[in-house]
Design a protein around this ligand. Structure first.
Ligand code: PLP
Length: 388
């Protein structure tokens, strides 16, 4: 039996078609996009095509609203620090949520600690949902930015972004969403969502690592934070990662063309996994909203189990899973997301995330449903506090 990869929330395998599209840009079409000659032109054209693809995937009005970055983290940093720098004369208040990815949370904390901003971290309910009314109530004269994620990376909960966007628009406050987990997996339309800024990352939807984009709605007040050359219409200096951008463009095209099919397929597998786990294992709790959740996300708290030990056991069985987000694994702190959703430290520690991608099969789900109950039973048998 081959190893089973169910950690697509951390990253996804690169699609063969994406690799094929990227390959010539390493050793044949290697020109610098800023160069005048034909090599440069080829690279420039490839970037233009990729920009069109990304714009189409998120329904942007114009391709020039897309700025390529080194990934989701940079796109979030650019959005938040960029608006903060552009508007700090007008106000120094930012609204975010307690369950954001660290790319957003740590950026907000930096602005708080080092640059005198005030940040409101909105709470979430037990399903991980932000209440749009809380956003409305938190807006004050000084508010210059709202940043709330579209879908959570740990528990998969999808936020009411369109509604929050409407509130931001009415209050004339710039609205950013971290859509890194959502783009390429569920339909994303920047106009329907009423967002001014949106971060995405190629490696979450079968593109390469180290490349992403920030959507910047035309007219949004934002300052660049990389200074140097005039690349990306003078919005992000450094010679473009041409092959990576081509890969992102190809991944965006493939995602757009198969979005509905992928979503349906992942939802079926996800629900089979959730139902099977609930049927076969006691003392568990599904984390995240049951229906308003990413199609590929399964996250359970398992009582009397310690997170790391279950990952080790599953790994020995050839199953790759995670206990939360890849970025927090390795730290002994329980997930800030689960704590914000009201879980106790003890229960938050025993959480298991299985995230499905387009290459997972029903047989793999069946295998996990066969292995997981046994692994849980073995671990609980060793627990001094578990009493059958
Ligand atoms: N935001 C969310 C919600 C994520 O899940 C991730 C990656 O795990 C990031 C941001 C960071 O993206 P990248 O790895 O491309 O920097």
């Amino acid at each position: 039996m081959n190893n089973i990869y169910m950690d697509n929330g951390a990253t996804t395998p690169v699609d063969r078609e994406v690799i094929k599209a990227m390959e010539p840009y390493f050793d044949q079409l290697y020109g610098n996009p800023s160069s005048f000659h034909s090599f440069g032109r080829e690279a420039r054209n490839a970037i233009t095509e990729a920009r069109d693809e990304v714009a189409q995937l998120i329904c942007a009005d114009e391709a020039k609203e897309i700025v390529f970055t080194s990934g989701g983290t940079e796109a979030d940093n650019y959005a938040i620090k960029g608006v903060a720098s552009a508007l700090e004369g007008q106000g120094k208040h930012i609204i975010t949520s307690a369950i954001e990815h660290h790319a957003v949370l740590h950026t907000c904390e930096y602005l708080e600690k080092e640059r005198g901003f005030e940040v409101t971290y909105l709470p979430v309910d037990e399903d991980g949902l932000v209440d749009p009314q809380d956003v409305k109530d938190a807006i004050c004269e000084e508010t210059i930015l709202i940043t709330i994620m579209l879908a959570n990376n740990e528990v998969g909960t999808i936020q009411p972004i369109a509604e929050i966007g409407e509130i931001a628009k009415d209050a004339e406050v710039i609205f950013h969403t971290d859509a890194v987990q959502a783009v390429g997996t569920i339909p994303v339309d920047v106009n329907q969502l009423n967002v001014d800024l949106l971060a995405l990352s190629a490696h979450k939807f079968n593109g390469p690592k180290g490349v992403g984009a920030l959507y910047i709605r035309k007219g949004t007040k934002i300052k660049k934070f990389l200074h140097g050359g005039a690349q990306e219409r003078n919005r992000r200096a450094t010679t473009e990662n041409v092959a990576g951008i081509v890969g992102l463009g190809k991944a965006a095209e493939l995602a757009r063309k198969s979005l509905n099919k992928k979503r349906e397929q992942l939802t079926i597998l996800r629900d089979k996994l959730i139902n099977g786990i609930e049927e076969k294992i006691d003392h568990i709790k599904l984390n995240g909203h049951r229906t308003k959740r990413l199609p590929g996300n399964v996250n359970f708290s398992l009582r009397y189990i310690e997170g790391e030990s279950i990952l080790m056991k599953l790994d020995l069985e050839g199953i790759a899973a995670s206990s939360g987000s890849a970025c927090t694994s390795g730290s002994l702190d329980p997930s800030h997301v689960l704590l914000a959703m009201g879980l106790t430290h003890e229960i938050a520690h025993g959480s298991l995330r299985l995230t499905l991608g387009k290459y997972n099969t029903e047989e793999e789900v069946d295998r996990v449903l066969e292995v997981l109950p046994r692994v849980v039973e073995d671990l609980r048998a060793m627990s001094p506090i578990y009493n059958r």
